[in-house]
Design a binder for this molecule. Sequence first.
Ligand SMILES: [Fe+2]
Ligand SMILES: [Fe+2]
Length: 268
Amino acid sequence: MRSYSASDDVVVLADSIEVPGLGHLPVNSFLLRADEPVLIDTGLPASREEFLHHLWTACDPAELRWIWLTHPDRDHTGSLAHILEAAPQARLVTTFLGLGILSIEHAIPPQRAFLLNPGQSLAVGDRSLQAFRPPLYDSPATTGLIDNRTGTCFSSDCFGGPMPDQHLALAEDVDAVSPTDLSAAQRLWATVDSPWITDVDRRTYTATLANLPVSDLPLVLSTHLPPARNRGDQLLGMLAEAPDLPPFIGPDQAALEAMLAGFAPSAG
Ligand SMILES: [Fe+2]
Ligand SMILES: [Fe+2]
């Protein structure tokens, strides 16, 4: 894990996880230094100790006001319970469904929650954050957000891609990745994380792209990609072609056994 500044007011808490057969998936959370500081997602469970060290180095627990959970998948909720306990002023921003899914594992006092739907905004002092549903997502509770002061877009799982190595997964700018590798990674991730994309009605889907509350994308911060600057055309182009991608089909048992046989010591 490492942390670094992506802009004047955003700290990236950057982690990654190796997914066999796919690559090194970035797993980022973000601290937005608004008047009322906002943490966006809470990292991997396996990195909790390190994550909390980086977070509390960047922010006093007494100052943290909001924890915006883009959705309750395990790679986003790793330190949630610990942060709620350590930061008594912080309220959890999620949806009704998000809170319901979290309740399977966590007892969240209702007064600590703040329910916000796509299309609604959250005032955080010097700016407001508009919630939106990213075009690609893997949870019914997903909400991304756009900072109306800077235009920074926090896109949750959308735009992600497994990187060829850990160094690139932790890079401070996606420019570090070759265009060919980046395109392949984002296309693969689109069909892995949002398998429904290959079955959608193209006209309806295209309309969701036209309704994105952004005309340009100066800085896109995906959970699963290094920061992307001034890449609106490339990112929107990737989204537009996503329905035409081949569906992802994971290795089956025969493929697993073939792989394991490849690891066995040879008799000769
Ligand atoms: Fe997810
Ligand atoms: Fe994720």
